[in-house]
Design a protein around this ligand. Sequence first.
Ligand SMILES: [Zn+2]
Length: 383
Amino acid sequence: MTRNLLGPITTLGCFRHRTGDIRMHILQSAAAISFSRSYCCALPRPAPHRKMGKNKKSSVPPEEHLLLPQHPGRPNPASAPIVDTHTHLLSTYSFYRSKYKAGKYETVYELVRALYEGRGVEAIVDVYCEATEDNTWQEVADSALTEEDRREKWGGLEYWFVMGVHPHEAKDYTDAIERKIIEAMSHPRCVGWGEMGLDYHYDNSPREVQQNVFIRQLKHAVRLGKPLTIHTREAEEDSERILKEHVPKDHRIHIHCYTDSPEWAARMLEHFPNLYIGITGVITYSTNVNTSEVIRRMAASSGAETPLRILLETDAPFMTPSNIYDSLKGLKGRLPHSHSAMIPWTAEFVAGVADEAAPEGAGWDTLKVMRESRDNAKRMYGV
Ligand SMILES: [Zn+2]
């Protein structure tokens, strides 16, 4: 079963999520495939700036459109490599298979090589956040152990991962799952613990259970010296209290897919000197104003020595940046999922917001945002 996503399509089967949610039923009809929102930062899918058009039935464009052109502000990809600090690779691949049943990429590696080669995608941090004892993670992580394998299987991509239990699934956290995560932490490609945290928007697990499981995971991660990938939504007070109580000030923290208040971000950035704010394509949606405000405040107060403390991420398969369609003129419809090569469009949007707010001459552009956040990814995850 672990070959599902990794081997040829002819061997693909399915595995059933332990809560009974059919996750990756790759050869089944689209109707049979359901994706738990726990994969991502779990916003209701925000409305992009542009309207979807009148057709209710959204058609999926030919898969060639997933192969992106170079971003106009970054014609030479090597000049500012992409590091996607939060992506769900296997669910992105499942999503791709569900949308393109006769799709040409038969393994996750083929998809990665096709979408990322030549686009300057240098590294990704893949996220496992389900409460499951499934061991697919190990097969994927082991396939990135040697430089030769990374070159041949991954097209030179530096594959890294983090693992934890999402607050949605806190109710399913067990000692056995915890042991599995602790074991994964010693894998040479593992760079952190998460995503974990609190989500009071959906309340998919009782709040008290979410808090207990969050604290349990934090204690282990801190003890092991592992960087933290945090998911927090509409739980500012409790997330702040728990983090300040259980995490040393200088610990490395990534608040992923940030959508909460600018004030909360400011307080956390001040208290934790090695904390970074994760920016996904959600910043480009008109339904979201907080994330741009966070950038605005950082840029307004930052001198050359205190750059934007952000990490760029996709949270793929979700959060396709809405400004990407400006570069895809021939495209009819919407792309069915996001992927790491979309990062420059998020960077472009961040640059626009930062440049407006920054003191004159700060010169924020796509390349500068990408380079700053690339440096931050190194500080945060060592990747
Ligand atoms: Zn995520």
